[in-house]
Design a binder for this molecule. Structure first.
Ligand SMILES: [Zn+2]
Length: 168
């Protein structure tokens, strides 16, 4: 009992326990952790609009982008949008390149960045957007379609998705 509560009790005031609201300590989602770890690459309010299964692909891009910033091959790189579109990962980013100088070739950096994004986007066609497992021998991941919605899923996650959306 705090001193104040005691005094109030003595003078006959009703004592209501002072309960401090617990701080909201909702655990960070995987994407929130990723954004925190690469804060320089994300606008303040940014939503990654795809399933968590693709987090490793996005993380790989973050590493590549940050490397370009650290090596001063780029002045500024920031994600504009990360989303699922037509069943695949799509990434858009803003970029500012330095002026060409010794050892710095902005044109090369531009091509490398866009190529890396293309490779990652293409890889999303063999990584389950839900569970994150990559296609390998004996484990199928492919583009599916449920009532016109395209999605990349492994067999198991596709079954679950179909159950959720269509009840079959
Ligand atoms: Zn899966």
């Amino acid at each position: 009992m705090s001193h104040q509560a005691f005094v109030r009790g003595v003078v006959g005031m009703p004592i209501s326990p002072i309960i401090k609201p617990m701080p909201m300590t909702k655990p960070l989602t995987k994407f929130e952790k990723l954004k925190k770890g690469h804060a320089v690459l994300f606008p303040k309010f940014f939503t990654i609009e795809c399933g968590e299964g693709w987090i490793e692909l996005i993380d790989h891009l973050c590493e590549h982008f940050e490397h370009k910033l650290i090596s001063k091959e780029a002045n500024f790189i920031r994600f504009a949008q990360i989303k699922e579109k037509f069943g695949l990962l799509r990434v858009y980013f803003d970029l500012e390149l330095p002026t060409p100088r010794k050892g710095i070739d902005p044109e090369k950096t531009f091509i490398q960045l866009h190529q890396t994004v293309s490779v990652i986007e293409e890889m999303s066609s063999i990584v389950c957007e839900d569970c994150g497992q990559m296609k390998h021998e004996g484990f199928n991941v492919e583009m599916r379609s449920i009532s016109g919605w395209k999605m990349t899923r492994c067999d198991e996650c596709y079954k679950k998705e179909r159950q959720k959306r269509m009840g079959i």
